[in-house]
Design a protein around this ligand. Structure first.
Ligand code: DAH
Length: 331
């Protein structure tokens, strides 16, 4: 291949008009086509050239190939720019504001939970957390709940293994045991979280709901401290509301009571409470001769029904954003 031929090919490459995609295809086949492409053939001829000249010859063909490739990429980049221009010339307006992403809102139950924490922190309570997977001792035995108690029934409790020692906590009262066995009084504790049990008869959702558990241990804690604390909670949550204490029974408190709130001309039961049973204190190594304490447990969904005047607790878990975003944390 002499100089003339090289110039001819170079010119051919340069002057080939690529206006549209089909031209590009023709150009590619013309120069790089597998069988008859000009560059391909030149490469094939390389074998015939004496070793002597091969190096130089190879260099020239590589340069030609580079020129072909440059022309191809040049066309492609121009084509991309044109495409973008087309977009810009169309109705598309890049300055038009994008679609906004909907921001969620605080769940109504979380609003109430945060509010309760705030209320109790003001009177010296500490907020603690605990496991949802419990063992028999923390959930039942240490709380004086006898083997025959209905809550230990397979139908009521979600046991997680055959030994019946691993279960989903049925109430937050297990936190009393967890905290008291590891700490020395005095203390005031609040814990809020999910509990799991069969609740088809009540207005709770049927297997899980949220509870707040509070307890206070000190020397000379009496039932009047409990009453005053509950009054403080209810008035902080509802404003001035009428409540009453009704005698009741819980295995871990003595005496025990249930609290009802007067609302829409009826009494609604909202929580259980009482003085912590001396046996429970003994179980966690606290001397009942020196210390006494009160405890209470309240269902958050139940409170939410009253606060928001709702009828069906399941709406809280339907996850319908139209429902959920009506609630504002006005506390
Ligand atoms: N653990 C009880 C329940 O889930 C509620 C309860 C009642 C908690 C009395 C207490 C209490 O701390 O003193 O039904």
């Amino acid at each position: 291949m002499d100089q003339k031929e090289i110039i001819k090919i170079k010119k051919y490459i340069k002057c080939f008009h690529i206006k549209k995609n089909e031209d590009l295809e023709t150009f590619k086949i013309k120069f790089l086509g597998k069988k008859k492409g000009i560059i391909t053939v030149l490469f094939k001829n390389l074998k015939k050239i004496s070793i002597h000249e091969r190096k130089n010859y190879g260099k020239i063909i590589n340069e030609l190939k580079k020129e072909v490739q440059n022309k191809i990429s040049h066309y492609k980049s121009i084509n991309d720019i044109n495409k973008n221009k087309k977009v810009l010339n169309s109705d598309y307006d890049p300055t038009f504001p994008g679609k906004s992403i909907e921001i969620g809102s605080i769940h109504p139950l979380s609003i109430i939970i945060n509010r309760i924490i705030e209320i109790f922190i003001r009177i010296g309570f500490i907020h603690v957390d605990g496991p949802e997977i419990e063992d028999d001792w923390h959930n039942f035995t240490a709380l004086n709940i006898p083997v025959s108690h209905p809550s230990r029934d397979m139908q009521d409790t979600f046991f997680l293994c055959k030994s019946l020692d691993v279960l989903l906590r049925t109430h937050t009262s297990s936190i009393q045991i967890r905290y008291m066995k590891n700490h020395c009084p005095p203390f005031r504790i609040l814990s809020i979280g999910k509990v799991y049990r069969n609740e088809t008869i009540s207005s709770h959702s049927n297997f899980m709901f949220h509870q707040a558990e509070g307890f206070s241990i000190d020397r000379k804690i009496s039932f009047s401290d409990l009453k005053q604390t509950i009054h403080y909670l209810i008035t902080s949550l509802f404003g001035k509301e009428k409540i009453r204490f009704r005698p009741s029974y819980f295995p871990f408190t003595e005496p025990s009571a249930e609290v009802d709130i007067h609302c829409n001309n009826e009494w609604l039961e909202i929580m259980g409470c009482g003085m912590i049973d001396p046996e429970v204190l003994k179980n966690v190594g606290i001397d009942p001769e020196i210390y006494s304490g009160f405890a209470f447990g309240v269902g958050i969904e139940r409170l939410a029904l009253i606060i928001y005047q709702m009828k069906d607790i399941r709406t809280y878990f339907d996850n319908d954003i139209r429902f959920l975003k009506q609630f504002k944390s006005e506390f």
